[in-house]
Ligand binder design. Structure first.
Ligand code: URA
Length: 234
């Protein structure tokens, strides 16, 4: 691969910054000062920047059972962020959350440093359904199912047809949406006159949150399996 890809996969440096560092003679490959940002290197090559070793990261996919109280971001001034839950052994991968869950929403959140994958999962064009369990302030009714199935107009977007699934307890429902707009589930429920009191994402496409993953727990996922479960289901 190119040297700039090796470094950008493994650090927070942008391609532009890497070019500058190479030009300044700050990058070393296998004991020799790097000559160009596009020079070819292997994953196993020893690379350092200003004498600091860069560990090649590659791409990683983590599944988190997000607890309430965390922001879906890599940094925030006021609240803890989900990346604080990433174990030390994954720290050098510089992962970001795939889409966002509200601070009070729990459940399935993926974290990765694969930008293309992140975009594909969150893009409304891909029609990846996200499934949520919600507890409502008032019982849902059969007529609400039709309202969800018809799609909903909002000021800044039109929600595609969504699924509202009733359970034995009419205050507890499952909801499936194709997008992931700001507060989308909560806003759709307000439209049928109910407030969401509790929200947990339980699946993305065919990828389910495992029952045995504790709140705050993280597991690494195999890329191919993840892609098949998420994109193979739509
Ligand atoms: N919809 C919401 O309203 N909140 C979330 O966290 C996710 C979907």
């Amino acid at each position: 691969m190119r040297l700039d890809k090796y470094i950008s996969d493994s650090t927070a440096y942008t391609r532009k910054e890497i070019k500058k560092l190479v030009r300044a003679g700050a990058v070393n490959v296998e004991g020799v000062t790097a000559s160009a940002a596009d020079m070819r290197v292997n994953e196993t090559d020893k690379v350092s920047i200003n004498g600091e070793t860069v560990r090649y990261a590659g791409q990683v996919y983590l599944m988190l059972n997000k607890p309430a109280g965390y922001i879906s971001a890599t940094e925030d001034r006021n609240y803890p962020v989900v990346t604080e839950l990433v174990p030390e052994e994954y720290a050098h991968y510089n992962v970001s959350p795939v889409g966002r869950l509200d601070i009070d929403t729990e459940g399935l959140l993926l974290l990765t440093n694969d930008g293309a994958f992140n975009h594909a999962v969150t893009s409304p064009k891909k029609n990846i359904y996200k499934r949520y369990f919600a507890r409502l302030s008032r019982p849902a009714e059969l007529a609400d199912v039709d309202v969800f199935a018809a799609g909903m107009e909002f000021k800044e977007f039109t929600a595609k047809p969504a699924v509202l699934e009733l359970t034995e307890d009419p205050r507890e429902v499952y909801i499936e949406i194709a997008e992931g707009k700001f507060h989308q589930v909560k806003r759709m429920c307000e439209r049928i006159g109910k407030t969401v009191l509790y929200l947990r994402r339980v699946a993305i496409g065919g990828l389910n949150l495992p029952d045995d993953l504790p709140s705050g727990g993280i597991v690494e996922c195999a890329r191919d399996e993840l892609k098949e479960k998420i994109f193979g289901s739509c």
